[in-house]
Write a protein that binds this ligand. Structure first.
Ligand SMILES: [Zn+2]
Length: 326
C-alpha cells in the first residue's frame, strides 16, 4: 500500500446516460486538496449542493448505491468510486448535472482509461489507512461478508447463480492500481433478460442496453460480442465491492471475503466496521531511506475514535439488518 494521498493532475469529463434514469449526464472529475476525500457536486442544483462519498450518506442500496445530503442525491456511485479507489485516488471533486453517474459501458473501464491518462499527483499528507486487526463478520441469510487481518488489501468474491453459464464463480485479487486496472476495471454489470424487462416496466434500467450491460437469457449471453472474461460476472462483483467500500472514506487494509453479497451487504459490513472500533485501527505508512515501510498507529482507542470519526455512529435502523459479530 502507498504512504501518501493522491489526487489527479488534470480534470477529466465524461458524457453518458444514467442506467436507471436513462437521463443524459455530464460528469467532471477535478483535482482536490488533501483530506477532501471524494465529494459529489450536483451542478444542476447549484454549486453548494454537494454530498461526500461517505457511508453514512447512503440512502438506497436496492439496485445501485445512492448517497444523498438534503436534495443532493447521486445514484449509481459504485463504478466511478471503484475506479478512483482502485487506482488509489484519495481526493477529488466530482461535478455532475444530473442525479445519476453515467453508466458508460457498464464497467469502470472508461473511467480508469482517462484517469490513467491524466495520471495521479502525489500529495504532501499521509493516507489514513483503516487496518483490520480482528475478524469482522456480517451475515444476512445465505449472504455474508468477512474481513480478516491482512498486510495489504485482498478481495475474494463468490457468486452462485442457478444458470448454467454463471453457476458458482470465485475470484481473489491482491489489490494494486495495476491489478485493479488489468483484472477488474473492464468487467461489466450484468442482468437477466426477464429481470431487465420487469425493471423497465417499473421505470428502472431505462438507460440499460446491450451497450452498457451483459444480458443473459436461458440460452446464454445475448450480447453479440460475448464476454470480456469467462468469469466477467464475479469480476464485476469485485468492482461493485471496491466501489462501495470506498464509502469508508479511506483505504482498507485487510482481506475481504464476500459471498453472494450485493450493495445492501456492502453497506452492512461498513456499518459493522464503524460499530466495532476494537476490530481496527488507523495507521499511516512511512517509507524509510532504505525503502522499508514503517507502519505507525494513529488511532487505537474507541474513546478517541468516537470524537474524531464522523462515521462511528450506530447503523441507521431502516438500513440495518442481519447479524454482525466480531
Ligand atoms: Zn455494478
Amino acid at each position: 500500500m502507498e504512504p501518501f494521498q493522491h489526487t489527479i493532475r488534470k480534470k477529466i469529463s465524461f458524457a453518458g446516460i444514467g442506467l436507471h434514469s436513462g437521463a443524459p449526464v455530464t460528469l467532471t472529475v477535478k483535482p482536490a486538496p488533501v483530506d477532501t476525500g471524494i465529494r459529489f457536486v450536483r451542478l444542476d442544483l447549484g454549486k453548494e449542493s454537494s454530498v461526500p462519498a461517505f457511508m453514512d450518506r447512503v440512502v438506497d442500496t436496492s439496485l445501485a448505491t445512492t448517497i444523498a445530503e438534503e436534495e443532493a442525491a447521486v445514484s449509481t456511485t459504485e463504478h466511478l468510486l471503484g475506479a478512483l479507489a482502485g487506482l488509489g485516488v484519495d481526493n477529488a471533486v466530482v461535478e455532475l448535472d444530473s442525479a445519476e453517474v453515467p453508466i458508460m459501458d457498464g464497467s469502470a473501464g472508461p473511467f480508469v482509461h482517462l484517469l490513467k491518462k491524466v495520471q495521479r499527483r502525489r500529495q504532501k499528507a499521509p493516507k489514513r489507512i483503516l487496518k483490520i486487526v480482528k475478524e469482522i463478520l456480517c451475515e444476512d441469510g445465505d449472504k455474508w461478508i468477512r474481513i480478516l487481518p491482512y498486510n495489504g488489501l485482498k478481495i475474494t468474491c463468490e457468486i452462485d447463480f442457478a444458470h448454467d453459464l454463471i453457476g458458482k464463480q470465485s475470484y481473489t485479487i491482491d489489490m494494486t492500481p495495476s491489478s485493479f486496472a488489468n483484472e477488474i476495471a473492464s468487467a461489466r454489470t450484468f442482468g437477466f433478460m426477464e429481470e431487465v424487462e420487469k425493471l423497465k416496466e417499473h421505470g428502472y434500467a431505462l438507460g440499460g442496453s446491450l451497450d452498457n450491460a451483459v444480458v443473459v437469457d436461458r440460452l446464454g449471453v445475448v450480447n453479440e460480442d460475448g464476454l470480456r472474461f469467462a468469469d466477467e460476472f464475479v469480476r464485476h462483483k469485485v468492482l461493485d465491492l471496491v466501489g462501495d467500500l470506498a464509502l469508508l472514506g479511506c483505504p482498507l487494509m485487510g482481506h475481504v471475503i464476500a459471498s453472494k453479497a450485493g450493495h445492501a451487504q456492502h453497506l452492512r459490513i461498513m456499518q459493522a466496521i464503524a460499530g466495532q472500533p476494537d476490530c481496527w485501527q488507523f495507521v499511516r505508512l512511512e517509507k524509510k531511506d532504505d525503502d522499508t515501510v514503517l507502519e505507525r498507529v494513529i488511532t487505537t482507542t474507541k474513546a478517541a475514535g468516537t470524537k474524531i470519526l464522523p462515521f462511528l455512529v450506530p447503523p441507521t435502523p431502516s438500513l440495518a439488518g442481519g447479524s454482525c459479530v466480531a
